[in-house]
Design a binder for this molecule. Structure first.
Ligand SMILES: Nc1nc2c(c(=O)[nH]1)N[C@H]1C(S)=C(S)[C@@H](COP(=O)(O)O)O[C@H]1N2
Ligand SMILES: [Mo]
Length: 414
């Protein structure tokens, strides 16, 4: 869709200066998306598309933005690496070639917006934020260098995170471009998490084997497997090691689970008291049947969906129910190592990819509710009912679908 079909007067951004004249419309396969907002561009993926491939192709990856997409030339791009701790303070400039010289890694990892499934919380009570269905999750392949190596190459001592319990430190990321709620988009994660090589926090320059598209952070973005999407900062401008978490709106106010009495008039009072979200929670969603799909009574049907958890915790099972949760059966799991039975898995391995799962209904009944819930290696599962919070984040209640059931014409079944 050409940018000219949108009137700039309809900009939903709170900043009137933000310009949406140079958005990468030709790189957006709109047929795969439900567009929730045009300015900034916010689009989730249609559910049936999400389970078509194990690794999410770029044209079926959701897009979540708080401002216009910057147009950066990789030759001109540079990023500051800064350290700002009481014992040490300096700055180093890195360019794209500096990153290319470091050892390259790749990881297939879930990226989920903390606002995924916000629609389920809005159904309880109004919430603040873009209304999303379950289509803001993905499992792409990301490549680049490890953030710990980038910090080391800039001279940051690898033992700076010891002892973390006495003096926690944080790594803040800030972005080029404008953001609606702050001077720029920024966020942070604990240094201790970044320094653990098993956590695979990357400064990514590629997605699915090609250079990052503009929508996804060209020329470089943070990839933080197991952690909410809000920390995966795009269009990196600086990375700073400091003694406190980011002061950004997106760290200190947005992306928190506030208690149920918090609302638009009193949230200021609650923001400082609760943590910035980090690790994803356990999640599973039914993608087929999709919302517009109907099932045939008496026929067999393969229910399909995705499941994952946060912090590297592996999904150990997905359960499905056809009687609204009275009884459950095990779904088949397709893991990153293909279809594997649980007894063949080493649960100590950190897990960043989603699992796709399927569940066979032998004979579709005249009326049914299909439910699913996942469990992770930490013993976590999904709550039966959604718990409302003002920002509408982290909704992971048991996922239910009431598909439309078609009765073949001429049938006396009912
Ligand atoms: N610079 C910048 N980085 C950002 C954002 C943003 O608006 N600006 N959105 C964040 C949020 S909330 C999410 S969920 C992910 C979405 O990444 P994607 O658009 O590549 O899917 O990017 C994160 N990084
Ligand atoms: Mo997000």
């Amino acid at each position: 869709m050409p940018a000219s079909s949108y009137s700039s007067a309809s900009a939903s951004s709170t900043k009137s200066s933000a310009s949406y004249d140079n958005e990468p419309w030709s790189e957006r396969q709109l047929a795969n998306y439900i567009v929730r907002a045009e300015q900034p561009f916010n689009a989730e993926v249609k559910l049936d598309r999400l389970v078509e491939s194990f690794v999410t192709p770029t044209d079926k990856h959701f897009r979540r933005n708080h401002g216009p997409i910057p147009d950066i030339s990789s030759n001109e791009w540079s990023m500051n690496i800064e350290i700002n701790c009481n014992t040490m303070s300096y700055k180093k400039i890195l360019r794209i070639n500096d990153l290319a010289q470091l050892e390259q890694f790749d990881v297939v990892a879930v990226l989920e917006c903390a606002g995924n499934r916000r629609d389920g919380l809005k159904a309880i009570k109004p919430v603040n934020g873009v209304i999303w269905g379950p289509g803001t999750a993905s499992n792409a392949r990301w490549s680049g260098c490890r953030l710990r190596d980038v910090l080391a190459s800039a001279g940051i001592p690898p033992n700076l995170c010891h002892p973390f319990y006495k003096k926690p430190r944080h790594v803040e990321f800030a972005a080029y471009g404008e953001a609606a709620e702050d001077v720029h988009y920024a966020s942070s994660i604990p240094l201790e998490w970044v320094m653990n090589p098993l956590n695979m926090v990357l400064v990514a320059t590629e997605m699915n084997g090609r250079r990052l598209p503009r929508d996804h952070g060209f020329p470089a973005r943070i990839v933080a497997p197991g952690i909410i999407g809000a920390r995966w900062v795009k269009w990196l401008k600086y990375i700073r090691v400091q003694e406190h978490e980011s002061d950004s709106f997106y760290q200190k106010r947005d992306y928190k689970i506030l208690p149920p009495m918090a609302n638009s008039s009193n949230c200021e009072e609650y923001w400082p008291r609760f943590p910035a979200l980090m690790e994803l929670n356990i999640q599973s969603v039914i993608c087929r049947p999709a919302p517009d799909e109907s099932l045939q009574i008496g026929k067999s049907y393969l229910v399909r969906g995705y499941a994952f958890s946060g912090g590297g915790r592996a999904v150990d099972r997905v359960e499905a129910s056809l009687d609204n949760g009275k009884t459950w059966e095990l779904a088949d799991l397709y893991t990153i190592n293909a279809k594997k039975r649980s007894e063949q898995r080493d649960w100590s391995v950190k897990s960043w990819s989603w699992v796709l799962w399927s569940f066979r209904i032998r004979s579709v009944p005249p009326n049914c509710t299909i439910s699913c819930r996942a469990w992770d290696a930490g013993g976590n599962t999904q709550p039966d009912a959604a718990v409302w919070n003002y920002r509408g984040v982290m909704n992971n209640s048991v996922f239910r679908v009431h598909p439309q059931i078609d009765v073949p014409t001429g049938s006396h079944h009912l």
